[in-house]
Design a protein around this ligand. Structure first.
Ligand code: ATP
Length: 359
């Protein structure tokens, strides 16, 4: 497998792109480590497929360089890049047996019969396909077919990266979990470089060690599920990860804290006012707000019980927000006051998190 470097990639589908708005990928500068399990996460239209097609060679980027283990592959065709791809719909030959499906990419490369047999059996074993090797692919279920697609990629020893493009779309919901944990186990055991494209945060968070979040043609954060939750670098990440997402309050940055509609909120390490020349917002997840008689005054507008938690709809001045309230905690009907956990309240300027400058 290989390290994949995307060196200052930009891509436009226009002939003569003039401004940033003409670029489907605005600027992506990213290294996918050899052996990493990555998810590429973002809503429809954010540029995931464009990025994937640039890695696989279906698209040549307008600007920048793609390198596998330091070697530029930007002008190489897809079949010269040794990439295995698993798509939404399984790519299998229905009239062939599972064995023949796996053997095909090897015979195509002129590998001798005995070695093909060895590799096919070994790969089938890894994926739990040994029992169905002799069966025609046509009669198999969608999840078995998706395993065959994956096996056809894994059977080759020269593969640089395995890319999954929303691979569980056609899989029964109760099998999704199973297949995803199987993928994770395969990764832990064999350390393939994997890129898993999805718009589903649960899929991304359960599969990947590192999640690459895209928004409007940009990578806004690369991190573990914990860092995306605890420290969103962009308001989009705060909103996209978590359910409900992070609350955002327009604010003004002052010494030692922020002010929301004239209510002062002290923070542990706020940026100084000169670091916040643009539009400032305070971001706090519903999990990090609690009722406290010494806190700031808010109005409680509604309560939704979701089992172990209640989600409280509240407002601070004109700004609606949500609070996660565990069972057993009393929700005041009148005169409610709340406290934001200062360690988990982040200041954002023009969408990006701003840290206190070292003083
Ligand atoms: P989805 O999850 O819906 O596939 P995505 O995140 O993969 O979305 P892309 O398909 O990469 O996003 O699209 C990124 C942007 O580029 C979108 O604005 C889209 O309309 C545009 N785009 C994609 N393919 C083309 C194309 N062939 N020609 C012109 N514009 C395109």
């Amino acid at each position: 497998m290989a390290e994949i470097r995307l060196d200052k990639i930009r891509h436009s589908y226009e002939d003569k792109p003039a401004s940033d708005a003409d670029f489907a990928l605005k600027m992506v500068d990213l290294t996918w480590q050899d052996g990493g399990a990555y998810a590429l996460l973002g809503p429809s239209g954010c540029g995931k497929s464009t990025l994937l097609n640039i890695i696989s060679g279906l698209l040549t980027p307008t600007e920048g360089d793609v390198r596998f283990d330091g070697r530029s592959v930007t002008t190489l065709a897809p079949d010269e890049r040794n990439i295995a791809q698993v798509f939404q719909f399984p790519v299998v030959y229905d009239t062939m047996t599972v064995y023949q499906n796996l053997a095909f990419p090897l015979r195509d490369r002129g590998i001798d019969r005995a070695r093909v047999d060895e590799l096919v059996k070994e790969t089938a074993e890894r994926l739990g396909l040994t029992d169905v090797l002799g069966r025609r692919a046509a009669g198999l279920t969608a999840d078995d077919k998706q395993k065959i697609s994956l096996a056809r990629g894994l059977v080759r020893s020269d593969v640089n990266v395995i890319m999954f493009d929303e691979p569980l779309t056609v899989i029964d919901p109760h099998l999704k979990w199973q297949l995803r944990s199987q993928l994770k186990k395969l990764h832990q055991r064999y350390n393939f470089t994997m890129i898993y494209v999805t718009h589903d945060q649960t899929e991304a968070l359960t599969f990947a060690d590192q999640i690459v979040v895209m928004h409007e043609g940009e990578v806004v954060q690369v991190g573990t599920s914990e860092s995306l939750f605890e420290r969103p670098e962009h308001t989009f990440v705060g909103h996209f990860i978590g359910s409900p997402g992070m609350n955002l309050f327009p604010c003004s940055v002052e010494e030692e804290g922020v002010s929301i509609d004239g209510q002062r909120i002290a923070l542990d390490a706020p940026p100084s006012p000169d670091q916040a020349p643009g539009t400032a917002e305070l971001g706090v997840r519903p999990e990090y707000i609690r009722f406290d008689p010494d806190g700031i005054a808010v109005d409680v507008r509604g309560i939704a019980d979701i089992g172990r938690y209640r989600i409280v709809d509240a407002s601070l001045g004109r700004h609606p927000f949500k609070i996660f309230c565990p069972e057993g905690v009393e929700i005041p009907a009148d005169g409610a006051r709340v406290r934001f956990d200062p360690r988990h309240a982040n200041v954002y300027v023009d969408g990006w998190r701003v840290e206190a400058r070292a003083r």
